[in-house]
Structures are given as structure tokens and as C-alpha cells.
Design a protein around this ligand. Sequence first.
Ligand SMILES: [Mn+2]
Length: 359
Amino acid sequence: MKLLNNHDKHPHLERLLQLSKPVDIGDSSRILILSDLHMGNGGRRDEFRHNAPLVESVMKRFYLPNRYSLILNGDIEELFKFPLSSIVTRWRHIYDLFMQFDENGFFYRTFGNHDASLLDEKDYLLEPYLLESLKLKYHQDDMLVFHGHQASVFLWETYPFVSRSVVWFLRYIAKPFGIRNFSIAYNSRRRFAIERSIYEFSNKAKIVSVIGHTHRPLFESLSKVDYLNYRIEELCRAYTGAEEKERGVIQGKIVALKEELDDCYNQGKKIGLRSGVYNNLTIPSVFNSGCAIGKRGITALEIDHEKIRLVYWYNGKQSRKYLSDRDSRPVRLDGTGYYRIVLNEERLDYVFSRLHLLV
Ligand SMILES: [Mn+2]
């Protein structure tokens, strides 16, 4: 007898997949995916303020002229702390920039838990672009783009009507007591539970999910720690089969990656040390764009022709030397002090082949 457990395990996510807006993409598509900007009123409690010039520059000077479409994947406005009108007033020029991407192909914005109350707002500037989720259709495969809070076991994050009272609580009650980051202060266990739930759902549905919400960048379901481990192992294997002169180079790479791994462990809880690997084989079904409120910079996902990439943009003046896991070098954005580095990159057909072969 067939039990109904499997299909009812992720009811919100099943519903999302059914209701998502289909968007066809092809081999020449270029799409920038950003999430978790948490835009505020420009004051001291505005977490976006710090990276605003960086976000503006990279959009205006890089993504817009390079014909990228744009998806903002939730938690764009920080409505737990600020009224919408104060945010739009402060960042009107950024909103105008967002909308220009529509001319490159499309512009969509999904809502997250911090901006779900947009559904109640009258005359919201980006209302024509507002969705809960969209389904990028690439050849025969689907990439479901949604914020990710829908996988939370906490009702107030899942249902907009519950979250409205939380908005009220946070704006008027939590604020005076100085409770900061009430809901993004994820401990790694909660983050892991959300990632795992989306991972299971994606594998079952044989789709790729692109999320934000946890602020932790994921590429092919792997966290940075997993990826470093994986690369080190790969290099150790390559070392044994390598010529004498290559061995020195490989050894140097291993040492550098090991240092970075140690660094991750020293930073400990802050970056979420938990592994993203849920079983022995990792299915590349979950990607997370990270966030735009990092201390030193922002992470983003790019779909560019037949590839998907995780990139990091940072201010060269304030950032320490950034080591890429993939031997790529930082490239300076002309006329600015900002740099872009590719943290990881893969062909989409490889991602989907692995998904179909391994599930
Ligand atoms: Mn969120």
C-alpha cells in the first residue's frame, strides 16, 4: 500500500511549485539573482546602507550594460523594522535601477518573510513585478526560484497573515527593547533544517531550487566548508598521479585551501559550520545567493549563457585578500574600487545531468 507521506511532506513547497510563474530561458540568457537586501530608511539601523554604493555600482556598471535580467529573491525591504514609505523615499534611485532591468529581458521580485506584508500595501512601486515564486524553464528542466522561508516549520514565517502580526510586534515592541535581527539570527540548526527540507523536496521533484533567506551561500548544495573539503580531497588524489614539477603547485594549493578551511573553523558558529551534505552523495539541487548585507561585500548568483555561478563582490579597500576556491582571480570593476570574484561555476547541463543520474 502506498502511503501518502511522501507527497504531504512538503505541502507548501508542492503548492509553490504548482503555482509558480513559468519563465522560459535559453542558452543565451543572462540573469542576476540577488536576495536579502534588507533595505531600510537609511539610518543607523538600516543594514543595506553599508553596501548600497556597491550594489548600485555593480548593477549600473556591470549587470545592466551586460544585458542581465534581474530576479530579487525576497527580503528586499526590511519591513519588520521600517515602514515601506521610508524605505522607498530613501532608496528611490535604487528602485528605478531595478526596474531598468526589465528592458534587458525581465525583472521579477519574490517576497520573503521580511517583506511578505507588501501584499497588503497599496501602490507599491514594484507591485507589477511581485511574485511568490517563479520557475525558470531551461530545456526540459526547471529551476524554482523562491525565498525559502516557505520551508520553515515556524508558522509565522510561512503564512503571510501570521507574519503581519509579527511585523507589528517587531516594529513596535521589539524595537524599543533593542532586539536586533530577531528573525535572521538563525542558529545553524534551524538553517540546516530549512536547507535539508528544500533539498529533499528538490530531489523528489527533480528540480533545482534557488533560494535566499538563510544568508548562507550554497552552490550545488554545498556550503563553503564542504566545498573546501571536497577540493582538498580532489587535489590529494591528483597529487599521486602528477608529475614531479606539478606536485609542488598542487601542494601549494592544498596548503592554501587548508588554511582557508582552518579559518572557517576558527570563525566557528558565525558562518555556520554545519555540513550541507545530507547523505553520501550530494545532489546539486540547492543554490543559495547568500545576501547583500555582508560586512565586506555581497554574494550573488549569475546565470550566464549555459552556466551558473556564485560570485562575490567586495570593496578592495576594506576587504582582506580573498582567496577563491577555484583559482580564479578577482577582477576590478572599471572606475571603482570594487572587485568581482567567481567563487564557483558550473555548466547547467552538468548540474541537471547529475540531478537525474543520482536521485
Ligand atoms: Mn528571509
